[in-house]
Design a protein around this ligand. Structure first.
Ligand code: NZQ
Ligand code: ZN
Length: 388
């Protein structure tokens, strides 16, 4: 196991009706002038936003609203939010929505305390300070409610990039599984795929003897695989939604990734897809993850065989571990299809002739991508081709 720091300061407030406490929690964490950030329409339609505002009023908290965050959130609204924060003396951000809303709020929170262009943070500068961000999560997927990351697409070139820093970890996250009952089957499946991908980016590692995190990853994947058909069959199954919601958080707050080298090549390859085609991140991952696995499997057949046996219940073929490894990837693909995910470029609306653009947009230069196998531009091209 490698040395690590683990800092996960978020206060999680989980369960039925907990969003009605939001005003109390903002008071407790010292917010007095709040920017309430939300997406297109779901939080308005469900009445959630009205309940949030009622709680803020009851607790005498001043607030300004900024809605309109699109999936794959854009830089334009972030600039607008930063300007509002600076002008109005905002001291707390409240994100009401999914990963896109939370990421947009995080970007605004960092930009509000920075004199330069917030985009610097998405070009490699670490975020060292940000306004506090509280979240009310409405979609189990990205894990942004507990993560130190934020992903934004710059409208100039539609480049999708991520920023990171401990200052971006939310101060609190309110998680009521009931709020996810209205998420469509497609978005639910995208979320399930994303959380599985967050575990697998950590699972496929060159670090040896990381038994605790290996078992955490495997257990989490098995639980997600078991709960997925339940939430898809019955969207208002509270306990299944609750399990999926908590899985999404621990899949990405890094408790499953400490002490081990992590990969993240597939996420970067996917971000180019959702940047260029504006597709859902989870759907892009469903197309890219099996392709990446097929390409890198030979690098550590035994790790893939372990994944097949412990996660997918495959029988170990001791004579030919490669067959077991392949079986695991096949089972993963079948699972993705069973929950309604695309697994090919065409199903996503991506075009094979755009592969050189996807690779170029990555701006890798002489660098490589990922850690499990360090991928060159040529490797990345081949992986995109495997996904066609
Ligand atoms: O905009 P509204 O009307 O709210 O609709 C949203 C949106 O259309 C809808 N939705 C959300 N909650 C709902 C709901 N519909 C009905 N009922 C509800 N309760 O769902 C749609 C998708 O929302 P979005 O926030 O985009 O989805 P998700 O949570 O999957 O977030 C995706 C974004 O997170 C980034 C992705 O790249 C993508 O941009 N990621 C962020 C990470 C992080 N910050 O740590 C890590 C991830 O790897 C990921 O890259
Ligand atoms: Zn993701």
């Amino acid at each position: 196991m490698e040395n690590f720091n683990f800092y996960s300061p978020t206060y999680f407030i989980f369960g039925k009706g907990r969003e009605n406490e939001v005003g109390e929690w903002i008071n407790r964490f010292g917010g007095s002038k709040v920017l309430v950030h939300y997406g297109g329409s779901s939080a308005v339609k469900s009445g959630l936003l009205d309940r949030v505002k009622a709680s803020l009023k009851k607790n005498n908290i001043d607030f300004i609203e900024l809605g309109g965050v699109k999936p794959n959130p854009r830089s334009g609204l972030v600039y607008k939010g930063i300007e509002i924060c600076k002008r109005e003396g905002i001291d707390f951000l409240l994100a009401v929505g999914g990963g896109s809303v939370i990421d947009s709020a995080k970007a605004i929170a960092a930009g509000a305390l920075y004199d330069g262009d917030f985009w610097d943070f998405y070009c490699g500068k670490e975020v060292e300070k940000a306004l506090p961000v509280g979240t009310i999560l409405t979609l189990a997927a990205a894990g942004s409610e507990g993560s130190d990351g934020s992903v934004i697409t710059h409208e100039n070139g539609m480049l999708k990039r991520s920023a990171a820093g401990d200052a971006l970890r939310p101060t609190f996250s309110i998680m009521n599984p009931e709020l996810t009952f209205t998420v469509s089957p497609y978005q639910t499946a995208c979320g399930i795929t994303d959380m599985m991908a967050h575990v697998m980016e950590r699972y496929f590692t060159n670090t040896k003897e990381v038994e605790v995190t290996d078992r955490l990853c495997e257990g989490l994947l098995v639980a997600i695989i078991n709960e997925a058909p339940k939430v898809l069959a019955r969207p208002d199954d509270y306990n299944a939604r609750a399990n999926i919601m908590w899985a999404g958080t621990i899949a990405h707050n890094d408790i499953c990734g400490v002490g081990r080298e992590q990969d993240w090549a597939t996420h970067k390859m996917e971000h180019e897809l959702s940047g260029l085609y504006d597709v859902a991140h989870g759907a892009g991952l469903a197309v890219m993850f099996p392709a990446w696995m097929k390409y890198v499997m030979q690098h550590d057949v035994m790790r893939f065989a372990q994944f097949a046996v412990r996660v997918w219940g495959c029988e170990m073929d001791f004579q030919h571990p490669e067959n077991t490894a392949k079986k695991g990837i096949e089972k993963f693909e079948q699972f993705l299809v069973s929950i309604g995910m695309p697994i090919r470029f065409e199903q996503l609306g991506a075009k094979p002739e755009d592969i050189p653009i996807l690779v170029k947009n990555m701006q890798l230069g002489d660098r490589t991508l990922g850690n499990f196998v360090k991928l060159t531009e040529e490797d990345i091209t081949k992986i995109y081709e495997l996904a066609v």
